[in-house]
Write a protein that binds this ligand. Structure first.
Ligand code: ADP
Ligand code: MG
Length: 262
């Protein structure tokens, strides 16, 4: 029933210029506790379709927790989150939300006992009810897009870290999400593999995908981010353009953070 529409590659400019209509992510006063620990303390955010938002901040400031609330991997316990008009309340709408939101983790999280192609086709066959042939054709197309079509029949352990992360991106894209969340996608990679993953993410950004990316890769942020969010102690303390953020950080913690990483 859901024939996945191929993501437009050539038409990045026009899809990007459509950013500016109704926000696709709306978080209002979002709170999250782990026991007595108050991890998110009133996060407010609106992201428009096609925006690329880079999320930075000190370790433990709530970056991962926040993006995990956006696809309900970690349910929030105060405030509201709406994804593409769908309210995220408790266990309601969970499947609908997860279909809209793809996620890529630091640690790849591929299924070790499945080939690369089977990793990619599993969810489209089971959840989207695509035929195997359809899912495989689409999977191969996505592997071509991330530059590793020739690895389709290998197992994850036979691939480099950079290749595994590109498979993880292709796997997330196979569900045809409207939003992609990345949590430090290059932090576990050797330096020579970081670029190949960032290049795939840049292409995705240019294609008009809405993206939230937790990363300390400043080159990536400067090149493709529309906005930078700086988290500190469970809330967003700066929300501005990359130019503004790097040249003129307002918050003391942001200044201190930048002085350490630049
Ligand atoms: P960041 O990604 O910015 O480094 P996290 O969102 O992972 O930070 O964590 C924010 C805070 O919440 C940290 O103090 C962390 O220890 C705590 N935390 C995160 N996940 C859990 C959990 N599952 N149980 C208890 N505490 C957690
Ligand atoms: Mg984290």
């Amino acid at each position: 029933p859901h024939a996945p529409t191929p993501t437009p590659l050539e038409d990045g400019q026009s899809s990007r210029s459509e950013a500016g209509r109704a926000p696709i992510i709306v978080a209002e006063n979002v709170h999250k506790h782990f026991g007595s620990f108050h991890a998110l303390r009133g996060v407010n955010l609106q992201v428009r379709s096609g925006e690329v938002v880079v999320v930075i901040g000190p370790s433990g400031s709530g970056k991962s927790t926040f993006i995990r609330t956006l696809n309900a991997l970690d349910p929030h316990d105060g405030g509201s989150i709406t994804i593409d008009g769908i309210p995220l309340n408790g266990r309601h709408n969970l499947d609908a939300i997860r279909r809209e939101v793809g996620m890529v983790f630091q640690s790849f999280n591929l299924f070790p006992h499945l080939t690369v192609l089977d990793n990619i086709t599993l969810a489209p066959i089971r959840v989207r009810r695509l035929s195997r042939a359809e899912a495989e054709a689409r999977g191969l197309e996505l592997l071509r897009r991330v530059g590793i079509e020739e690895q389709a029949h290998k197992f994850p352990a036979q691939l480099s870290g950079g290749q595994q992360q590109r498979v993880a991106i292709a796997r997330a894209l196979a569900m045809d999400p409207k939003i992609m969340l990345f949590d430090e996608p290059t932090s576990a990679l050797d330096p020579e593999m970081i670029k190949e993953v960032l290049d795939v993410m840049k292409e995705l950004a240019r294609s008009g995908m809405t993206m939230l990316v937790v990363t300390h890769e400043m080159g990536f942020a400067r090149e493709v981010a529309d906005r930078i969010l700086f988290f500190d102690q469970g809330s967003i303390v700066e929300d501005t353009t990359p130019e503004n953020f790097y040249q003129n950080p307002q918050h003391e913690r942001a200044k201190a953070f930048l002085s350490k990483i630049l």
